[in-house]
Design a protein around this ligand. Sequence first.
Ligand code: COA
Length: 176
Amino acid sequence: MKYELKTLDVADAHRLYDFYQTIPAAENGAGNKAHGLTQEQFIEWIKQEERWSRGLDLRADWVAGTTYVLYVDGAPVGRSNLRHYLNAALEQDGGHIGLSIAPQYRGRGYSKILLRETLKRAKEKEINPVLVFHFSDNVPACKMSESVGGKLVEERFHEKHGRFIRKYTFDTSKLD
Ligand SMILES: CC(C)(COP(=O)(O)OP(=O)(O)OC[C@H]1O[C@@H](n2cnc3c(N)ncnc32)[C@H](O)[C@@H]1OP(=O)(O)O)[C@@H](O)C(=O)NCCC(=O)NCCS
């Protein structure tokens, strides 16, 4: 198995469009803003993501972040978003990384590769520690973070969602 984590790139738009349509618009706190877009809108969305990654055109309450795609044997299987820094809201329940694996590729260990590779990008950007939040009942996500070295530092009831939420921290200095 060969895998590669690549920055979302407009040059890959054609091979990424169908992949992005298979990922739900919202699932367990992970959002996919490209779900339901036309191909033309998808290309514009990628360009917008590229600008946000460079800290351009951000709304007042938004932080810069980079979107990555995990390819396994050449096929896109998952995507992650790495926020370069946190604001007060993200400190509470958004964290640095949001990610998802396309439904047809789940249960194969790919999320652990995606998270580990995204953490390496965080290390390159000198982000340490990295915060990641999961709903406590999102068992695959919690197991993913624990398998990749995340430390459970807090669990609390999230009033807005009516669910318990867990906060994990990752020490990126410990990554290879
Ligand atoms: C959470 C998610 C990323 C996991 O992706 P995945 O590729 O299926 O997960 P993996 O195959 O890498 O498995 C990760 C761990 O969860 C376990 N797992 C996977 N599916 C599971 C299931 N249905 N029930 C229980 N455990 C499960 C695996 O055994 C593994 O644990 P281990 O390391 O202790 O063996 C995926 O379900 C997803 O995209 N969900 C929607 C978005 C989301 O919840 N994102 C996380 C919040 S930001």
